[in-house]
Design a protein around this ligand. Structure first.
Ligand SMILES: *Cc1c(COP(=O)(O)O)cnc(C)c1O
Length: 445
C-alpha cells in the first residue's frame, strides 16, 4: 500500500468505515456532465458501437438461447408499490416519489447483471477472431456462428476469467456455447452451486482459498502463458464496461414506454450494488449519457467490503484495499466480496457518481424477505444492497444531497430505481435458506 493522506473532511467517515458502520457519502467531486464528458476515456459512440454489436448477434443468440426470445439480453422494470409501503413502515419514513426495480435478476442466460458485460465481451472476442480469420463479416447473418464449423474453430482457443461467481457463470456459459475452452478462477467466496452449474456446462473451475483479487491475479498469469488464451479482466476491461453501459440506452426506452418522465423537475435516483465497479460503473455511465444531470447514481457496498468507497475517498483507487485498513472483506453478498476496486472504473466515477452508502449483511436478508413477501420477487443477497438507498435519500442525510442539488421542492417527483443485480439462477433450496435466515433476523429484531 502507498502512503495515503485523507483530507480532514473525510476523517469522520473514514473512522466509521474502519469501524464497519453503515455510512452515507456524498461525492464532493461530482461535476456537471457536460463539463466532464470530453475528458472521459470512452465516448457515447463507443456505447452505440457496443449496442450495434449486440444487435448483430441477435440472430445467433435467438438460435442458441431461445429463452432470449428475439436474441436480446434485457430485463424488465417492475413497479414495487407494496415494497415501498413495507419499507416506509419498517423504517418509519416517507419515501418520496415512485419506487421501481430493474430486474437484472431475470436477465436470460446468466441470471445476473453479468449477463450484460460478460456476454458482450465474449461475443466481441469471438467476432474479432472470426473476422480476423476470414470466417465472418459484419454483414453476415450471425446465426451461422452456431454451425459446427465455428464451434470447431473456437475450440482451439481458451477464455479465462477470475470471479466471485456470477461473472464466471456469464463468461463460462457463453464461451462454452460458442465452443471455446473455458477456465474460471473462482475466489473462496464463490458459492458451491455456481461452481457445480459451471462444471455441468463443461467449464473448468479452478478454486482458490483466497479472495477475488488473488483469483484474478492467478488467472491473468496463467492466461498469459498461452498465446491462444484470452483473459477477461474484470479489474480493467473496457469491453465489459461498455457491455454494461448499453443498459443506459435500454432504460431510457423502457422508462419512456412506461411514461416515466426524467427531466430537471423529475429526477431519477439509481441505486447500484457495487463489487469491483465495472457493472454498476458501466450502467451509471450509460445512464449519464442519456439523462446527464437528471440522473443521480449511488453505489451500495457491504460494510465489510467497501472497496470502491475507500478507493474514491482516498483517491488511491486500486492502490488501497479494505484489508489495508483492517477490514476483512468477508460478506454473505458474494457478488460484492471485493477488497480492491477497479482503478479504471473509479477514475471515471470520480466525477459522475453522486455518492455511496454501505449496508450490513443482516439488512440484505431482511430486504430479501420483505421483497419476497410483498412482491414475490426473490433476489440473491448482493442484489438487495441498493434498497437502503431510497430510505437514506428520503431521510435526514439524503436531505443534504437534495438541498445541494436544489431538489427539495421536487421530492415528490423522484423516481427511485433499485438495481436488482441477480437471483433467478439461485437453486430453490438455497433461496429457502436465505429466506429463513432473513425471517429469523426479522423475528429477532
Ligand atoms: C458482480 C455483481 C455485482 C457488482 O458488479 P461489479 O462489476 O463487481 O461491481 C452486483 N451484484 C451481483 C449479484 C453481482 O454478481
Amino acid at each position: 500500500m502507498e502512503k495515503f493522506n485523507i483530507s480532514e473532511d473525510y476523517m469522520p467517515i473514514f473512522e466509521d468505515i474502519k469501524a464497519l458502520k453503515e455510512v452515507f457519502w456524498i461525492n464532493p467531486n461530482l461535476k456537471k456532465f457536460d463539463n466532464v464528458e470530453e475528458n472521459l476515456p470512452l465516448s457515447f459512440e463507443d456505447v452505440l458501437d457496443a449496442e450495434e454489436r449486440l444487435n448483430r448477434f441477435k440472430p445467433y443468440l435467438k438460435k442458441v438461447f431461445p429463452q432470449t426470445k428475439d436474441g436480446t439480453i434485457e430485463s424488465y422494470i417492475s413497479t414495487i408499490g407494496r415494497m415501498k409501503r413495507r419499507m416506509e413502515e419498517d423504517y418509519n419514513t416517507d419515501i418520496h416519489g415512485k419506487l421501481i426495480l430493474k430486474r437484472d435478476d431475470s436477465l436470460p442466460i446468466a441470471g445476473s447483471i453479468k449477463a450484460r458485460g460478460g456476454i458482450y465481451e465474449v461475443l466481441k472476442h469471438a467476432e474479432t477472431l472470426a473476422i480476423e480469420n476470414g470466417l465472418l463479416s459484419t454483414d453476415d447473418d450471425y446465426s451461422k456462428l452456431a454451425d459446427e464449423k465455428f464451434r470447431k474453430f473456437f475450440s482451439q482457443y481458451t477464455v479465462q476469467v477470475g470471479s466471485t461467481g456470477n461473472l464466471g457463470l456469464s463468461i463460462g456459459i457463453m464461451s462454452a456455447k460458442l465452443g471455446f475452452n473455458v477456465k474460471v478462477h473462482m475466489s473462496s467466496d464463490a458459492k458451491q452451486w455456481k461452481k457445480d452449474l459451471l462444471r455441468s456446462k463443461g467449464v473448468e473451475v479452478i478454486e482458490y482459498s483466497s479472495d477475488y483479487s488473488k483469483a484474478v491475479e492467478e488467472g491473468r498469469k496463467l492466461s498469459m502463458l498461452n498465446p491462444k488464451s484470452y483473459f477477461i479482466d474484470d479489474e480493467n476491461s473496457v469491453d465489459l464496461f461498455l457491455g454494461y453501459a448499453v443498459a443506459g440506452l435500454r432504460v431510457k426506452r423502457q422508462l419512456d414506454d412506461m411514461n416515466i418522465i426524467v427531466d430537471e423537475d423529475h429526477p431519477l435516483f439509481v441505486y447500484l450494488p457495487c463489487g469491483v465497479g465495472g457493472g454498476p460503473g458501466g450502467v451509471a455511465y450509460g445512464l449519464k449519457y442519456m439523462y446527464k444531470d437528471n440522473v443521480h447514481c449511488f453505489f451500495a457496498e457491504p460494510t465489510h467490503s467497501p472497496a470502491m468507497l475507500l478507493g474514491l475517498i482516498t483517491e488511491l483507487h486500486d492502490k488501497i484495499s479494505v484489508q489495508d485498513i483492517g477490514i476483512d472483506n468477508k460478506t454473505e453478498a458474494d457478488g460484492l466480496a471485493v477488497g480492491r476496486p477497479s482503478s479504471f472504473v473509479g477514475s471515471i466515477m470520480d466525477s459522475i457518481l453522486s455518492g455511496e452508502f454501505t449496508i450490513e449483511d443482516n439488512r440484505l436478508y431482511k430486504f430479501l424477505v420483505s421483497l419476497a413477501d410483498e412482491e414475490n420477487i426473490y433476489l440473491e443477497p448482493s442484489a438487495l444492497a441498493g434498497f437502503l438507498g431510497p430510505v437514506i435519500l428520503s431521510g435526514e442525510k439524503g436531505e443534504e444531497y437534495l438541498r445541494k442539488h436544489n431538489l427539495l421542492d421536487k421530492k415528490a417527483n423522484i423516481t427511485h430505481m433499485c438495481w436488482a443485480t441477480g437471483g433467478s439462477l439461485v437453486p430453490e433450496t438455497i433461496m429457502k435458506e436465505y429466506y429463513n435466515k432473513g425471517k429469523k433476523l426479522i423475528i429477532g429484531s
